[in-house]
Design a protein around this ligand. Structure first.
Ligand code: DAH
Length: 354
């Protein structure tokens, strides 16, 4: 027995010297210490020897086992240290006092405006939602009360994919149906009002100039509950816009047509530059057109599974579609919309959050 242990020890040390990486070290460990390894084999041999010798040999095997475990740990650490050293040696040296070649990035102005709005709406209890850029005809138009051959589709010509029925969303309103369906059950079961905003990239087939882009951002919002009225809409819009511009704003509503709201409005704010006197920014009208909105059309609520045929006005709600890109232009005084998609860091990295 002694001879066997001695032999195994020699064999072990010989193999350990040959091991240079973690994987072969692990293989060696299994060879000796796993259930089918050499140590277990020695343990089995124990049964064959006379009882009075068992204790002595048992202890020898156990201390051999302990020795092996210590050796493995020690070698593992050696190998890891060596690997780290090699990695450091092979890394290019650098001089931290040199000026950086890559200037630090900054947030895109639209991201800044979007995040600011999200914070404001969250503080008013709104959920912030995300939605696809590729949508189907139903969500972009049909569910919004814009039937297939309705002339209102002309205002929103967009890009159609070769996959049938798939298109790039022309407005964030395309998410309304999914959001009504997502939050509708909680509204009906526990009376939790639907309050959600959903920013997103939109696409239209536009002739591009200083104020038109084929790719731009909007932020849509909806609120649905029992007895929601135009007063709620005005309150939320006024509070939100006062926050955005950092001062009290005066708003007014004008009638506007959008098939998914009834009544629909154009919401204007009193020009912040001239205070309503008339200047070049507001084209001498004293007002700036900012945000189309309205009371959600019963057909839209029906498509969203909110109201039944029998009671089409059980729940009511308002919706608005803020032009994020336009808001960013106003807030930061950007005169040419093309700057936003230009990738020009000189222009785009000048903006900081308020
Ligand atoms: N989706 C419309 C557009 O892009 C904007 C809009 C108008 C959104 C009225 C609304 C709304 O939610 O109520 O032209």
């Amino acid at each position: 027995m002694k001879e066997m242990i001695k032999k195994q020890k020699e064999l072990f040390y010989q193999k350990l010297r040959e091991v240079n990486d973690i994987n072969s070290l692990e293989a060696l460990r299994l060879d000796f210490l796993s259930k089918k390894g050499q140590i277990s084999a020695l343990m089995k041999e124990l049964s064959k020897i006379p009882n009075e010798k068992k204790k002595e040999y048992g202890q020898m095997i156990n201390s051999f086992k302990q020795e092996l475990s210590d050796q493995f740990e020690g070698r593992k650490e050696e190998i890891l240290n060596l690997q780290e050293k090699l990695m450091i040696e092979n890394t290019e040296s650098y001089d931290e006092s040199l000026p950086t070649k890559n200037p630090c990035g900054s947030y895109h102005p639209i991201t800044l405006v979007q995040r600011e709005l999200e914070d404001i709406f969250e503080s008013m209890g709104f959920d912030v939602e995300d939605y696809n850029e590729i949508v189907d005809d139903y969500h972009c138009f049909e569910a919004l009360n814009i039937p297939r051959f309705h002339p209102a589709r002309d205002m929103q010509d967009t890009y159609y994919l070769t996959t049938p029925n798939q298109l790039l969303k022309s407005h964030t309103s395309a998410a309304q149906n999914a959001i009504l369906r997502k939050y509708g059950p909680a509204l009906k079961e526990s009376g939790r009002p639907i309050r959600a905003v959903f920013p997103g990239r939109c696409f239209r087939n536009e002739a591009i100039d200083a104020s038109h882009e084929n790719t731009f951002f909007q932020m849509e919002g909806i609120m649905v509950d029992k007895d929601i009225s135009i007063s709620n809409l005005i309150f939320f819009m006024k509070t939100m816009l006062s926050e955005v511009f950092g001062r009290e704003v005066t708003v007014r509503l004008r009638p506007g047509f959008f098939p998914f709201v009834e009544p629909g409005f154009e919401l204007d704010i009193k020009c912040l530059i001239c205070g309503g006197e008339g200047c070049s920014s507001c084209k001498n009208s004293g007002w700036l057109e900012l945000c189309p909105c309205g009371m959600i059309h019963p057909n839209v609520l029906k498509h969203g599974g909110i109201n039944s045929e029998e009671d089409p006005f059980e729940y009511t709600g308002f919706a608005f579609g803020l032009g994020l890109t336009r808001l960013a232009m106003m807030k930061y005084g950007v005169r040419d919309i093309r700057a936003f998609n230009s990738g020009d860091l000189g222009t785009l990295s000048q903006f900081v959050s308020r």
